[in-house]
Design a protein around this ligand. Sequence first.
Ligand SMILES: [Zn+2]
Ligand SMILES: [Zn+2]
Length: 401
Amino acid sequence: MNAPREAFAHHLLDALNAQADEFIAVRRDIHRHPEMGYKEYRTSDLVAEQLEKFGYTVTRGLGGTGVVGQLQRGQGSKTLGLRADMDALPIDEATGLPYASCNAGIMHACGHDGHTAMLLAAAKHIAAKVQFSGTLNLIFQPAEEGLGGAKKMMEDGLFKQFPCDAVFAMHNMPGHPQGHLVLRDGPMMASSDNVTITIEGTGGHGAIPHRAADPVVAGSAIVMGLQSIVARNVDPQETAVITVGAFNAGVANNVIPQRATLRLSVRALNREVRELLEKRITELAHAQAQSYGVQAHVDYKRGYPVLVNNLAETDFARSVAEELVGAGRVTRQGRALTGSEDFAFFLEEVPGCYLLIGNGDGSGDGHGACMVHNPGYDFNDNNVAVGSAYWSLLVERFLKD
Ligand SMILES: [Zn+2]
Ligand SMILES: [Zn+2]
């Protein structure tokens, strides 16, 4: 790293620190008024209003409540997309904070309030101070939590209307020191599929099993058989999870039920492993059912894909991160996570990089170390400056003249 660049990064952090209070207030305002996926009406109004104030061309309605702010400068032909998510979770907040949720049963427990505020803070700074040439698209998506808002925006023509050479996203993560940046080449978050296996047997008297076809015994064999897929079919160096989270059958001890239902969560960190899991789960359920004289119906619902960071864009993001906070605060290859993230849909169409920003570790850091999706969680406001500085520097470096 050369000296002028280091000096620039410090200057940038100072500038974003100087305006941080304004966006910490925005973050807490969004936190107080959390909204569920596709219902981010107030939040998207706030985002659109701010972007317009900073001079962006604002487009609304993609993915329902999605917002895109566009800024074009110079003659450059490069295009860049930065994403923040806006939705909250169905959790009763237990932080006791003065800006705690005033919407009962809804809470910003994943820090999307912070992601939105960081990108808005960057939007202001970039419009006022950053020299670039090209097109910048700031993408505020709805419904990241399980409802696939990213995909919905794409179906509504996001990348046709706003072509992007590359897309980037950032998510806070408790357990990493505040402001540290964590990257990873290739697969970073898992695919997540939901499977329902319905086993149709023949009900009967519990005392006369030979006149029935018992879906409970067949279902039990399927549950045990499924474990052999991870143990015996998946490459030991790959990651796979098959969790049977629900097994429902029967109501009485002397009645063999007609039907049993299994509900599975299936995850993988590799697209080929995901294909293999779907194939083997389907085959095994049918074959086991047949061997017990019952029938299995497999409803395999694909959720979020594997999130795969592209090498060139991740290298680029890594250089921006190191220039900004120094190599000592950047984890170059973090661990992949078995959680999932719908930014993965963007990365199936456009190359890019998703990174983590540490929300705080240890116990002396307020709510920063509390895990996301916990009622005690809170986004670390110290990240507003460093997160928005990362976005600003990334734009300056990517869309350079
Ligand atoms: Zn979440
Ligand atoms: Zn999240």
